[in-house]
Ligand binder design. Structure first.
Ligand code: SAM
Length: 334
């Protein structure tokens, strides 16, 4: 569309733009156009432009208005993005519905907006969700299903069927970056594979176990999707029943079941080879976040003949008021 523009040599562009801006004449809705050595600066009122400037009419593109949820709502809502699904944590259903509508109406590439409807529950650590809004074009996919990208890997998952938290991405990266080619690693609570797959990509042979058949299905698919299916063995079952099949096997073990990892230390010690690094996740009171885990590991591992050396005491995140999600990186050797 033709708009009035001030035409200036390129080298005079910035000075002219500033002069026009000072006179409140810059047309912010249209873009500045560069043509060879000439700039065209769109203006709002050609009659108000001083005689020293050359005003012409020409086509200039309109600025793409970026509509963010905050712009549409008038406040900045808090939400997490997981692929093309947006996750809310709202108590007020009216406010949740208003935010969901604004997110779908915004320019974010979003297919569905869902709200946490329960805490994570039971052994499988899956929560309930309320579907607040969808774009109506789901190609038969549930609104809770998405493909999440993290540190260059892709994970397909359905939040209604499996546990997954994008908040742990940095922590997973911290751990998986330690892996060296040729290691044998067991992910005792593998979920859809966000530890197992990066470990395999670093050259490890990985066994990933999960009680949840849906998680194991996604783990297999995601291993394939990320080109590491030859190195990942996905096993459905209780890791306590699987451990004996891989006794004394592991150079590295990930235990990411923070509320009850201590109940699985016997299985971890069964899996551990003579020199094994254990990544033990725990949730404890901030007054002593590492003590209970360290004592539990020492009790089980030392009675099985291992020396225990704590390599790192790492706070992953705040979990609840006065409660911390922590990781103990421990070397077991004998
Ligand atoms: N590591 C994954 C991640 O970061 O997304 C999943 C962690 S999630 C907190 C814990 C997982 O442990 C769930 O997928 C759950 O199904 C699985 N799980 C719970 N009890 C288990 C058991 N006895 N044996 C194997 N897996 C179990």
């Amino acid at each position: 569309m033709e708009r009035p523009c001030v035409r200036v040599p390129r080298e005079a562009g910035e000075q002219t733009r500033q002069a026009l801006a000072a006179a409140d004449l810059v047309d912010e809705d249209h873009e500045i156009v560069v043509d060879e050595e000439v700039l065209y600066l769109p203006v709002t009122d050609p009659d108000a432009v001083g005689d020293e400037y050359d005003v012409v009419y020409r086509d200039v593109p309109a600025h793409d208005p970026q509509r963010t949820p905050a712009e549409l709502l008038g406040f900045d809502p808090s939400y997490e993005r997981l692929g093309d699904v947006v996750i809310l944590d709202e108590d007020d259903p009216d406010r949740a519905a208003e935010i969901a509508r604004a997110i779908l109406d915004s320019d974010l590439p979003v297919r569905a907006v869902i709200d946490r409807a329960s805490k994570v529950k039971g052994d499988l650590r899956v929560r309930d969700w309320t579907v607040l809004a969808t774009d109506g074009d789901r190609n038969g996919r549930p609104p809770t299903e998405t493909i999440h990208r993290e540190y260059g890997f892709e994970y397909r998952l359905d939040l209604a069927e499996v546990y997954f938290s994008p908040r742990l991405a940095t922590e997973r990266h911290r751990v998986t970056e330690e892996v060296e080619a040729g290691e044998r690693a067991v992910d005792m609570f593998a979920g859809v594979g966000p530890f197992a797959i990066p470990m395999a990509a670093r050259g490890a042979t990985v066994v990933g176990v999960d009680l949840n058949p849906a998680a194991v299905g996604f783990l297999r698919e995601n291993a394939h999707r990320n080109g590491v299916s030859d190195q990942v063995t996905a096993i459905e079952g209780d890791v306590r029943d699987v451990a004996a099949d891989y006794a004394d096997w592991a150079d590295r073990i990930v235990m990411n079941l923070p509320h009850s990892a201590d109940e699985f230390l016997d299985a971890a010690v069964t899996l551990a080879g003579d020199d094994c690094i254990l990544h033990y996740y725990d949730i404890q009171h901030e007054d002593d976040p590492f003590g209970p885990g360290e004592r539990a590991i020492r009790a089980v591992a030392e009675s099985a003949g291992y020396d225990v050396e704590v390599l790192t005491r790492h706070v992953v995140r705040s979990y609840a008021p006065h409660e911390l999600n922590v990781c103990l990186d421990v070397r077991l050797s004998q």
